[in-house]
Write a protein that binds this ligand. Structure first.
Ligand SMILES: Nc1nc2c(ncn2[C@@H]2O[C@H](COP(=O)(O)OP(=O)(O)OP(=O)(O)O)[C@@H](O)[C@H]2O)c(=O)[nH]1
Ligand SMILES: [Mg+2]
Length: 375
């Protein structure tokens, strides 16, 4: 019978100690302590907001931009996503008169929670139609050099494109509603409802946040050309139109008021419809986009105010928005829980250069109490 020596006894004790320590560790890990090592990356995963489903609305954001606008778009896109689109994941169409760079596409796509799409504008939508005398157009730019963008050729192509063609672009064809976004703009408040669903359910065709007066020097003949059109096509004038917003003389003259079109939420069926198509072609034939400097804002606004019923036009008073240098900040935004990072007192609405007062009067809306004494 083998006898254990003192040395082999020590070995047995050490072995026993090793086995029991290992068992204790295993038991501790598997039974007593269910927690396991969690990497910092895994640790934040459960905190992520659960993904909301994509909005079923047939709608997209749309941005006309140059590659050089990329930097000015970063904060803009982030604010739209943070304040709104992270909950709805609408698509976003980018249009350009030149191909977008890979960098532009990569960076913007990485920020957008819907699908980002990138399109080049067809040449015929960003060039001179054959009835335009380019020498006269050139002379106009010299003559208007002291007016903002008066000397710019590309600005005129841009205004004509935004007036008459963006909604015909192949990438826009599949959509009905759009929300226009420009570089350097910001959303200031949370928007906790689907804006496009609101448009559809309430039968709204045109939505805005800021109104303003146009520079008369840029649209000298626009009203005359518009009244010529209305003489030929009186059937397009809506019965309950908003003429009072754009004319203080019952249609005789234009008061220069318009919706500031750098923000627009609208129904492209309106722009694609007979009334607007005929109206735009009539304006385009007259040459005012090149022989003057007609902006898409007065063109859209005049059309919406005449061809739509007043009830189809909507003031998004609850959407805080800036396009430098002006801001619309919702009234009472704190008590309404809108979480705005703007101050209502900085709102452009009641500035004499704004047309919000004309809009309230035309829509027969009640003025905010603090303004009543001014009217
Ligand atoms: N692709 C392209 N986009 C343009 C061009 N000019 C202007 N845009 C875009 O058209 C929109 C309107 O142009 P803006 O320069 O913002 O015009 P604005 O709003 O009247 O004036 P500011 O914003 O004050 O400069 C913006 O989305 C611009 O990025 C151009 O030549 N090419
Ligand atoms: Mg702009």
């Amino acid at each position: 019978m083998a006898r254990s020596t003192p040395r082999s006894g020590t070995r047995s004790v050490l072995l026993l100690f090793f086995i029991s320590t290992t068992m204790w560790c295993l038991w501790t890990l598997s039974e007593r302590d269910q927690r396991r090592y969690v990497s910092p990356l895994e640790a934040v995963a459960p905190l992520k907001v659960s993904h909301s489903p994509k909005s079923p609305e047939n709608a997209t954001f749309v941005t006309l931009a140059r590659n050089s606008d990329l930097k000015d778009l970063l904060n803009t896109i982030t604010s739209v996503e943070d304040r709104y689109n992270r909950r709805y994941h609408h698509d976003w169409v980018f249009l350009n008169d030149e191909p977008f760079s890979q960098e532009f596409q990569d960076v913007t796509s990485s920020l957008i929670s819907g699908t980002a799409k990138f399109g080049v504008i067809p040449r015929e939508h960003w060039s001179y139609p054959d009835w335009i005398n380019q020498t006269e157009a050139q002379e106009t730019r010299v003559r208007m050099k002291n007016i903002i963008y008066g000397d710019s050729e590309s600005y005129r192509h841009m205004c004509r494109f935004e007036s008459g063609f963006f909604f015909h672009h192949p990438l826009m064809q599949q959509y009905r509603y759009y929300w226009r976004v420009e570089p350097s703009t910001q959303l200031h408040c949370d928007i906790e409802y689907d804006v496009f669903r609101f448009m559809r359910e309430k039968d709204k065709k045109y939505g805005f946040t800021i109104t303003i007066h146009e520079y008369i020097a840029t649209i000298e003949s626009l009203w005359q050309v518009t009244t010529d059109f209305l003489k030929h096509y009186p059937q397009y004038v809506a019965k309950d139109n908003l003429m009072k917003f754009i004319s203080d003389t019952d249609g005789l003259t234009y008061n220069l008021c318009h919706f500031w079109s750098n923000f627009e939420v609208a129904d492209m069926e309106f722009w694609r419809g007979d009334a607007y198509q005929r109206y735009f072609n009539h304006l385009d034939q007259s040459g005012g986009f090149f022989y003057e400097r007609w902006g898409d804002a007065p063109v859209h606004s005049i059309a919406a105010s005449i061809f739509l019923n007043a009830s189809q036009i909507h003031f998004f008073e609850d959407i805080g928005y800036s396009h430098p240098p002006y801001t619309h900040c919702p009234r009472d935004c704190i008590s309404r829980g809108l979480k705005c990072n703007c101050l209502p007192k900085d709102s452009f609405d009641w500035d004499p250069y704004s047309c919000t007062k004309e809009y309230y009067n035309a829509q027969r809306l009640q003025m905010p109490p603090e303004l009543l004494h001014q009217n």
